[in-house]
Design a protein around this ligand. Structure first.
Ligand SMILES: CC(=O)SCCNC(=O)CCNC(=O)[C@H](O)C(C)(C)COP(=O)(O)OP(=O)(O)OC[C@H]1O[C@@H](n2cnc3c(N)ncnc32)[C@H](O)[C@@H]1OP(=O)(O)O
Ligand SMILES: O=C([O-])CC(=O)C(=O)O
Length: 374
């Protein structure tokens, strides 16, 4: 059954056109440029999907090889950016670090013409993992990590820098799937932020910096971290059930569940759930995965609320040894493709986005003299 889309939050209102993705259209849960996300997650690497989203077609082998080589060559960070990252404290949130890193990059490598939009985007795609890991390893381990690795993929590059060793094949594969699932999602809050910024004819770094800020909140991308914080407090499935029932009774929001558009499932969930199960078996987990499954059952039974893309990402990332505060920055590494493609689409057919407001304030009145004011 389709969700009733109306009310506050611009729900159900068409705010522009896109050829990039469909979300919740009947018969197809989520498509990128006409391809089902399940098909893409099963058959592609993330770089192929990034190419598809940004350049409009799936690459052939030589195009993919050239694209990966280009991205590999753009992983380095300018020394001024490294200096800025070294000054950000250990207790900063990595999303704030990334927001600052993106903004600083825009100062050092400014987009001076829209002709540069593809290259500027590829540069961000290549170096965002470097920004996150350079700061994280410096502030937490006192290490100036080498960001110019020769890893084949963006996900592999990230895991290599984070853990100081080449990732296992299983983990690199899960990163491909995860980054594909998060890559694009029509007019979600962060993408809409990017498009509003683009509609003023601003530069790409400004659009992406704003979008990072929007993604950070727990009602959007920040939900994967919030979900992790919740499930790690549950010691067993029964404990999870008891505590969740209490949360529901107190009418608390449970992060990682529900969706603004999907009505009864998020197509990304079954994919990342399968990988979470595989990773649980791999690490010999007998708590986090069963706890997560019980949460899913309780939420559906009690509220008909389903897991969105974020919920099983929490356990999957945890099983790969990724610290919780880095969960949402991984989302950025991926969604950057969607944001940038939307910025390009907006630029290609632009009118400044400027909706109207329903006024609920005072009627027109004169300014009283200061001596007459309460
Ligand atoms: C990748 C992503 O960004 S996916 C989204 C990630 N965000 C989260 O997981 C945060 C938790 N979920 C939510 O807050 C919401 O479901 C959102 C923000 C995703 C969507 O919000 P909305 O479109 O307003 O939700 P919707 O209209 O379906 O809400 C219906 C009712 O269910 C409740 N509800 C929705 N989600 C939840 C939840 N996770 N926990 C508890 N109750 C919920 C709402 O409060 C609302 O109740 P009300 O009518 O009494 O106010
Ligand atoms: O579409 C939304 O509102 C949120 C979401 O799932 C996403 O951005 O991936």
């Amino acid at each position: 059954m389709a969700k009733q889309l109306s009310g506050a939050g611009l729900r159900g209102q068409v705010a522009g056109k896109t050829a990039l993705s469909t979300v919740g259209k009947s018969g197809s849960g989520l498509t990128y440029r006409g391809y089902d996300v399940k098909d893409l997650a099963q058959n592609c690497q993330f770089e192929e999907v990034a190419y598809l989203i940004l350049k409009g077609k799936l690459p052939n082998q030589s195009e993919l090889d050239a694209y990966k080589a280009k991205l590999r060559g753009m992983r380095g960070l300018p020394s001024a950016l490294k200096e800025v990252l070294e000054r950000i404290p250990k207790n900063a949130h990595p999303m704030d670090v990334l927001r600052t890193g993106c903004s600083m990059l825009g100062n050092l490598e400014m987009e001076t013409s829209f002709d540069q939009q593809q290259d500027v985007t590829d540069r961000m795609l290549a170096c965002f993992p470097s920004i996150i890991c350079y700061w994280y390893r410096f502030s937490h381990d006192g290490v100036r990590v080498d960001v110019e690795t020769d890893d084949d993929s963006i996900g592999g590059h990230f895991l290599h820098m984070l853990h100081g060793e080449k990732p296992r094949e299983l983990h690199e594969q899960v990163m491909h799937v995860s980054l594909i699932l998060y890559a694009e999602h029509e007019f979600n809050a962060s993408t809409f932020t990017a498009r509003v910024c683009a509609s003023t004819l601003s530069d790409m770094h400004s659009c992406v910096t704003g979008a990072i800020g929007s993604l950070r909140g727990p009602l959007h991308g920040g939900a994967n971290e919030a979900a992790m914080e919740m499930i790690e407090g549950f010691t067993s499935p029964d404990d999870a059930e008891e505590k969740m029932m209490g949360m529901l009774e107190r009418k608390e929001k449970i992060m990682g569940f529900g969706h603004a558009i999907y009505s009864d499932s998020d197509p990304r969930n079954e994919i990342i759930k399968q990988w979470s199960e595989k990773l649980a078996a791999d690490v010999g987990d007998d708590v986090l995965y069963p706890v997560s499954v019980r949460c899913e059952e309780v939420m559906w039974r009690e509220k008909k609320l389903f897991c969105n893309a974020d919920f099983f990402h929490a356990s999957a990332y945890n099983f790969m040894g990724i610290p919780t505060p880095l969960f949402t920055p991984i989302f950025v590494m991926s969604r950057l493709t969607g944001w940038a493609a939307h910025v390009m689409e907006q630029r290609a057919d632009n009118r400044i986005i400027r909706p109207s407001a329903e006024y609920t304030g005072e009627e027109l009145r004169p300014v009283p003299a200061i001596s007459e004011r309460a």
